[in-house]
Design a protein around this ligand. Structure first.
Ligand SMILES: Nc1ncnc2c1ncn2[C@@H]1O[C@H](COP(=O)(O)OP(=O)(O)O)[C@@H](O)[C@H]1O
Ligand SMILES: [Mg+2]
Length: 598
């Protein structure tokens, strides 16, 4: 490809709204162009890289025995109603608009744009996978997805339209699902290694997709939006949405008397701490939750449990609502002020467990494990403008009994210890989620009645797994992981071109002849070559070369040619090597093969 005949709109400007490095560099290197918020065009150079990612993903999915198909973008909303996900997905699920506002009979109003494809693929499975003899099957596609992301940001890391490889496995039994899941897990490891990504695998929350086991593949970088808890010795990694830690030890201090203290107007943890001269870790946050009104999505609701939940966490800890919902067995949300006032007899900000805990009949008490081991804590007094100090769990409020649960319901923090028992401290790091695998079980096959006849002649629901990779994110994450202050440093496997030939004096016949010859030979050897034949200054061309980050650069210039050499340089390394024009092709090919296998 000749640069002068191609479209690579590089720019020096750093766009104002581009904060993370990959976003800035993708715009500056002319890989993408924003059409609207969260909606991007892939310009020729960017599209080449995306296609290389796609090729690696396809090769590894095929190698793992998955079968490619292609499903539509537009889905009848009815399918999504069958699985209850019009609710669970909320505004993320995009609906077409009827021609006349409010005309729900218009087919457009009955149609959604697929944010993921569990529903249509289960519809196919329901139709065809009706005997155990056809199982296991893993169906995949590489296709565009639409999501009404509220805050699309960081360039192509989070967009409203993106390319996903999504695969869905169908098995007879749990053991089959475990095997299918493992195959995808292994394929993902190969894909990300081949794309040159430094990734880790984390235990993950399954969210509205559902199911019981799930892992995320993460690239650790400050550009990420996810937080992961990683132990220093590497024996534990989990998304903080789900992470646990070793239980904290019992505080053995002598118990003091409980005292009521006048704390006029002091409501927040910070205010009360300053007032009482204590630390947040010595306080108990008493939070009141209520079952959500829209709890349709909850699989099993403890119907006998009262609808109000008093939840205790340490002052420096946060409630993890995923964990809390699991412990509560239903979906909770913070209760409105009226509920709190009615329950505590005080204004919001003064709730405490010592009286609420004594009469646990009208509500459930959930005590975080880290609170249960505290001594002499401070908390609200259930009396406006009063707090109590010297509160002792077990003495002043119950840790056992009906409607009392001690459990891990908080978010892990930096410095907690690994739950493996190794004693290794946990660090909280930011990460980009590049892939996600889920064991779904029968969530979708039950809802959509997708059954097969087993060898015993009985109909059973298909056991499903689903596996997603964001292709655009791989590209951005690779740039996030591999760049310097001058530009991108592409991993060879997904670089738009493997070699860049820079002709320094394009008006010189010798220079152009030599450059053309190298270009033709490399192309004949099956290498993707970009030839910078533009009539521009050397400095300008080198800056662009560093910016677009092609792994191997061959520079042909008048001065070097006079000495009988051309220059060879790897983008990832500093040194320039002088090589005879006749050996440069084999040297470049060797370099490319060498970096590919990494
Ligand atoms: N808005 C988005 N923009 C770009 N890629 C996305 C987006 N949402 C998801 N992906 C990619 O698709 C993969 C599978 O998505 P999924 O796990 O269903 O999404 P989420 O974790 O956002 O619920 C993710 O691991 C990620 O690589
Ligand atoms: Mg995910």
């Amino acid at each position: 490809m000749r640069w002068s005949r191609y479209l690579i709109p590089t720019t020096k400007e750093v766009p104002k709204d581009a904060v993370v490095a990959s976003h800035q560099l993708m715009l500056r290197a002319g890989l993408i162009r924003q059409l609207a918020a969260g909606i991007y065009s892939y310009l020729p150079l960017g599209y080449r890289a995306l296609r290389k990612v796609e090729r690696i993903v396809r090769e590894e999915m095929d190698r793992a025995g998955a079968i490619e198909l292609h499903m539509p973008v537009m889905h009848p909303i009815e399918l999504w109603q069958q699985t209850g996900r019009t609710q669970a997905m909320g505004d993320v699920l995009l609906k077409l608009r009827p021609v006349k506002d409010g005309d729900e009979s218009d087919w457009r109003a009955q149609t959604v744009l697929g944010p993921t494809h569990e529903e249509p693929v289960t519809e196919i499975a329901r139709a065809y996978l009706n005997s155990y003899k056809l199982l296991p099957v893993n169906l995949y596609q590489i296709q565009v997805k639409f999501r009404g992301e509220a805050r699309p940001k960081s360039g192509v890391l989070r967009t409203r339209e993106f390319l996903m490889k999504d695969a869905y496995s169908f098995d007879r039994d749990k053991a089959g699902l475990d095997a299918s899941y493992q195959k995808m897990y292994d394929a993902y490891c190969r894909i990300f290694s081949r794309c040159g990504l430094p990734y880790i695998v984390c235990e993950a929350e399954s969210g509205p997709i559902g199911g019981d086991a799930s892992h995320e593949f993460m690239v650790l970088t400050d550009a990420g939006e996810d937080f992961v808890a990683v132990s220093e010795n590497g024996d534990y990694a989990a998304n903080t949405e789900r992470a646990t830690c070793a239980p904290l030890p019992q505080d053995e201090s002598l118990m003091q008397e409980m005292k009521e203290v006048h704390t006029p107007g002091q409501r927040t943890i910070e205010e009360v701490c300053a007032f009482l001269k204590t630390k947040p870790a010595q306080m108990i946050k008493t939070l009141v939750y209520a079952e959500t009104s829209k709890s349709q999505n909850v699989e099993k609701s403890k119907s006998e449990a009262p609808g109000v939940f008093v939840v205790l966490v340490r002052g420096d800890h946060e409630v993890n609502e995923n964990k809390l919902n699991r412990v509560a067995g239903t979906r909770l949300e913070l209760a409105p002020p009226e509920t709190i006032r009615k329950l505590t007899g005080a204004e919001v900000g003064f709730a405490g467990p010592h009286t609420l805990g004594k009469s646990v009949v009208a509500h459930t008490l959930i005590v975080d494990q880290a609170v249960a081991v505290m001594r002499n804590a401070a908390t609200g007094a259930n009396k406006t403008d009063y707090h109590v100090t010297g509160i002792n769990p077990g003495r002043d409020f119950p840790l056992t009994g009906d409607h009392v649960t001690v459990a891990d319901v908080r978010t892990v923090i930096d410095g907690d210890l690994s739950p493996t028992g190794s004693g290794s401290p946990i660090r909280i790091k930011k990460a980009i989620e590049i892939g996600h695998v889920f064991k779904l079980g029968t969530k979708y096959s039950d809802a959509m009645k997708a059954t097969f006849l087993d060898s015993d002649g009985k109909p059973k629901p298909l056991i499903m797994g689903c596996y997603g990779i964001g292709l655009n994110r791989i590209m951005a994450a690779a740039i996030e992981a591999h760049h310097d202050e001058t530009g991108i440093i592409w991993p060879t496997s997904i670089a738009p071109f493997a070699v860049l030939i820079v002709a320094l004096d394009p008006r010189e016949k010798d220079v152009m002849d030599t450059a053309e010859k190298i270009y033709n030979e490399l192309t004949a050897a099956g290498i993707d070559v970009l030839f910078d034949d533009r009539d521009e200054r050397a400095g300008f061309k080198f800056k662009d070369a560093d910016l677009i980050g092609i792994p191997v650069r061959i520079t042909v210039g008048r001065k070097a040619l006079a000495e009988g050499v051309v220059e060879l340089k790897e983008r990832a390394k500093g040194e320039v090597e002088k090589v005879g024009p006749e050996e440069v092709v084999s040297r470049a090919v060797a370099l490319i093969l060498g970096t590919m296998s990494k």
